[in-house]
Design a protein around this ligand. Structure first.
Ligand code: FE
Length: 150
């Protein structure tokens, strides 16, 4: 499902999947696949990710915690990043745009399960919760994006 991009999107993010040097915070691997409504993997989709730092601040002049990657032939994507902080009325969230070939851009947000602020954030959607796993010291957040058949 789609959700507002909010006020802090910056176009033309760099091709970049490792945000760990952009600042400190709890390590999160954000990974999954882009599939179409027939569950077929979508290759070559641009997954553009941006989010706040661990104190809830966006970099609006540069590209800290901003980057994109292209899905592989299996539709997969993967980012090494952190758990974003919350700000204002917002719970922790990631912003994402999925631009798949010949399809309309999907703009949405992702949420983390078990966050105390989820219930009071009016933009929170249960359908946009990632699955969380822990691998060693890194949280692994998984989400499958579904785009229309092209
Ligand atoms: Fe935001």
């Amino acid at each position: 499902m789609s959700l507002t991009e909010g006020p802090f999107y910056t176009p033309d993010s760099p091709e970049k999947t490792d945000f760990r040097d952009d600042g400190s915070g709890d390590a999160v691997t954000l990974t999954g696949r882009v599939v179409d409504t027939r569950c077929q993997p979508v290759a070559g989709a641009v997954v553009d990710l941006w989010h706040a730092d661990d104190l809830g601040r966006y970099d609006n002049s540069g590209y800290r915690y901003r980057g994109h990657v292209r899905t592989g032939t299996d539709g997969s994507y993967r980012f090494e990043t952190i758990r974003p902080g919350y700000y204002g009325s917002r719970t922790r969230h990631y912003h994402v745009k999925i631009a798949a070939p010949r399809r309309r851009v999907l703009t949405t947000q992702l949420y983390l399960p078990g966050e105390p602020r989820n219930d009071s954030d009016w933009l929170f959607r249960e359908a946009l919760l990632v699955s969380l796993d822990r691998a060693h010291r890194v949280l692994v957040a998984s989400f499958e994006f579904v785009v229309p058949v092209g």
